[in-house]
Design a protein around this ligand. Sequence first.
Ligand SMILES: *Cc1c(COP(=O)(O)O)cnc(C)c1O
Length: 363
Amino acid sequence: MTIYNFSAGPAVLPKEVLKKAQAELLDYAASGMSVLELSHRSSEFADIIEQAERLLRDLMGIPDNYKVLFLQGGASTQFSMLPLNLAKGKKAYYVVAGSWGKKAYTEAVKLAKSFPFEPLLLASSEEDNFRQLPSFKADEIDPEAAYVHVTTNNTIEGTALYDLPATNGVPLVADMSSNILAFDYRVEDFGLIYAGAQKNIGPAGVTVVIVREDLLNSEPTLSSMLDYRIQADNGSLYNTPPTFAIYLAKLVFEWVKDLGGLQEMEARNREKSGLLYDFIEQSDFYQSPVRYQKERSLANIPFVSPSPDLDAKFIKEAGLAGFKNIKGHRSVGGMRASLYNAFPLQGVKDLIDFMARFEAENS
Ligand SMILES: *Cc1c(COP(=O)(O)O)cnc(C)c1O
């Protein structure tokens, strides 16, 4: 039986990448050592992290005046590292369009009790259960503020931000964890981008931060580990980095490049998600909670059947048929198909066949 992994993260990785890692596992580049055993100060690892950065710069078109950092602590650590570095003594605005954006804002409010800055909720669609993106006017934003924080893809709720908002000249900061490398954003439109790797970049354990140099903090922050400038000055090698995760990310970047880069990824993701959205739309049985077509995520597609009991039955039978991890997030229920870059088109077609059969048997 073919297994399709719909997990929202850690998520499916390209088979080619896993095979390459397997082939190189015991002896990396004729070093007689595994990547897992290499010193982060070795010339072999220096090559790996340099290539990873170069490939990512190439794929995303990252301009020279941006630093690329490979950090630890997940996207969640960025919820406090970001204001610690960028917002001292300033206002910081949050656009809350989903559970992760809410967490980013909540962490900022918590930090503001002990660190001088002013987190402000610019807009939220929580009252509407995040079924659509919230809106705001640029002139509500103080031009002296540190940043406006957005989430480009709401992993749990299935919406995404494609038309970036005007921010009155204030840098836009994005949590891009679930659609980095899946949609072709322009890095110049952001002051800072961060993303946990475990959705589209590689395994869990590394977090990518892309930051415009002029936004780097001028004074040291609370801790060296949480200091963008120190991390940048040390080429992400201030302490021992997650070497194997960075190596796998490098392999994924090579894979994306070989396939044709981000435009090709975006086209494939449009095709995959389009098939599933079209099927859901024509069905009287399944429904998408997302209100507007233009805000639909290419990466995470939540849907429900007519009842929670049928949802449970669907998840059970889907699992037995090889469609794994399709249960929706515990906070929203229903189902969720995460169709990241490495998820194959055939898996979407097979899922649609399964959904049609389930509908015929249960309606
Ligand atoms: C998964 C996810 C996170 C959390 O990432 P961690 O690396 O587990 O901290 C944050 N934001 C978004 C948008 C996510 O999808």
